[in-house]
Design a protein around this ligand. Structure first.
Ligand SMILES: *Cc1c(COP(=O)(O)O)cnc(C)c1O
Length: 461
């Protein structure tokens, strides 16, 4: 399988090259040159456990030897705290796919546990090294740190705004003491952190000298790892109900997770509706309902991992929406860059439907699931469950993706229920652990000196 850019300006890449590049050199996003149709495999795949299923799905897209891929996948999910990796549980008239049994209790572990091991394997083959630099407002940073801690050939530098990430998320990052992990608290906001990272990546000579890489959600391997659980969940819901098709609701921010679902549908998984759920930051909902993708200001909500304006993976979906035509895609992206808006008729062949849910709806959903079913959801999951309620059909089970464990967001749970009910032993265990973190002013020069001193980019002599 070769990979191409949505903007058509790169020579076809191998899977390994695609993983190491992240973003395409022409500014587009990388995609497989065609998505394989696996309809004739569904009956056989339905009998598989998570790890063998993941190997089947992923081997359609990778150039890794089968035993290597199997080792990566088995290792990635060995530490998940549930034997099924991503179990599907019934809650009232819906099914909840629990994606939060990994080390940081968020669905990002499913992809980043795999990506860390994949980087290590590819680097070992080329005797290379890689220094990951990123900024986080919470979830991604801790999942990335846990994905690469202790891995050979990789160092990771994660910036967070000092005193502005939740205490749980801060401790999940800074309690990782492996020698290849560098936590940096920046005296500034999350925007400052992002600006620093962008400035440092923009210095191409520095970037090459220090072998800088990223783990952001545009990496194809992250999408690929997420495709697997759409198959797993649909199979379990079909087993439980005998239904021939399912619906799946996805709390959405950067569009990485739901795009993985879209890939699964294009591979032939029988999903009649992909329900895109947003919080008050509803740029994507407006696109799917009104055909206009236009920027607004980011608002802070109870579900911070979905507080985005530009959804970094959306270009991948647009590429298919314009009939895989790089010229049309480029014209749309140019219009968006120039005016802050793009227009496209979403069409009616698409499985995508969308809705948003505000703060009141989120809290009411947490309360309702708890009071009626004794089941606790985090505020991101609650957004998905609430919007799913608008698209129910008795003949097709509705699967709602649970993207974080409620214990990661104790404030929202307390606000919804008036009590501290969200607990998890992994989070309690963080209290009192030793931590390591460096503090720095919001200066790109300081950051460069810091990174260079800890990588091969340090000046010699
Ligand atoms: C990242 C995240 C999301 C959004 O996922 P995208 O792939 O960015 O759409 C939803 N919920 C939680 C808990 C997350 O961490």
């Amino acid at each position: 399988m070769k990979y191409i850019s949505t903007r058509g300006g790169t020579a076809p890449l191998t899977f390994r090259e695609t993983v190491m590049e992240g973003l395409a050199r022409d500014g587009g996003l990388l995609l497989p040159e065609r998505i394989p149709d696996v309809s004739d495999r569904l009956a056989a795949w339905r009998k598989l456990d998570y790890v063998p299923l993941a190997c089947e799905v992923m081997s359609r897209f990778t150039d890794l030897p089968v035993p290597t891929l199997h080792g990566l996948v088995a290792g990635s999910y060995a530490d998940f705290r549930h034997a099924e990796v991503t179990p599907l549980v019934r809650v009232g008239d819906r099914y909840i796919l629990e994606l939060f049994h990994g080390p940081t209790l968020a669905f990002k572990d499913v992809a980043l546990q795999f990506l860390g091991r994949l980087f290590e394997t590819v680097l070992a083959g080329t005797h290379g090294e890689m220094n990951i630099l990123g900024a986080t407002s919470g979830d991604t940073g801790s999942a990335a740190i846990h994905g690469v801690r202790g891995r050979r050939g990789i160092r990771i530098f994660i910036l967070h705004p000092k005193g502005r990430v939740s205490p749980v998320q801060e401790r999940q990052m800074t309690s990782v003491l492996d020698a290849n992990v560098f936590n940096v608290a920046v005296e500034g906001t999350f925007d400052d952190c992002q600006r620093l990272v962008k400035t440092v990546f923009g210095d191409l000579a520095f970037r090459d000298r220090c072998r800088l890489g990223a783990v952001n959600s545009i990496n194809w391997a992250r999408v690929l790892a997420q495709v697997v659980y759409y198959f797993y969940a649909a199979f379990r819901a079909m087993d439980a109900t005998g239904a021939a098709r399912v619906r799946i609701a996805v709390p959405t921010g950067n569009f990485g997770d739901i795009f993985a679902g879209y890939v699964a549908v294009r591979m032939g998984l029988p999903v009649s509706r992909l329900v895109l759920a947003t919080n008050e930051n509803d740029i994507l909902t407006r696109f799917f309902n009104e055909g206009v993708y236009s920027l607004g200001a980011v608002r802070a909500t109870l579900s911070p991992s979905m507080d985005i304006q530009v959804a970094s993976n959306f270009e991948r979906y647009l590429y298919y929406a314009v009939g895989e035509d790089p010229a049309r895609l480029k014209a749309l992206m140019a219009a968006f860059a120039a005016t802050g808006a793009l227009r496209l008729d979403p069409g009616n062949e698409s499985p995508m439907v969308a809705g948003s849910c505000d703060r009141r709806g989120t809290l009411a959903t947490i309360r309702d699931l708890h009071d009626r079913h004794g089941y606790l959801v985090d505020p991101h999951t609650a957004v998905g469950v609430a919007v799913a309620g608008r698209f129910l059909d008795p003949a097709e089970p509705m699967i709602c993706l649970a993207t974080a464990h409620p214990a990661k967001f104790p404030d929202a749970i307390r606000e919804a229920l008036g009590r501290d009910l969200a607990r998890h032993p992994l989070i309690e265990a963080l209290n009192g652990l030793p931590t390591r973190c460096d503090t720095m002013p919001a200066s790109a020069e300081t950051l460069k000196t810091y990174v260079a001193a800890r990588t091969a980019g340090a000046p010699h002599g």
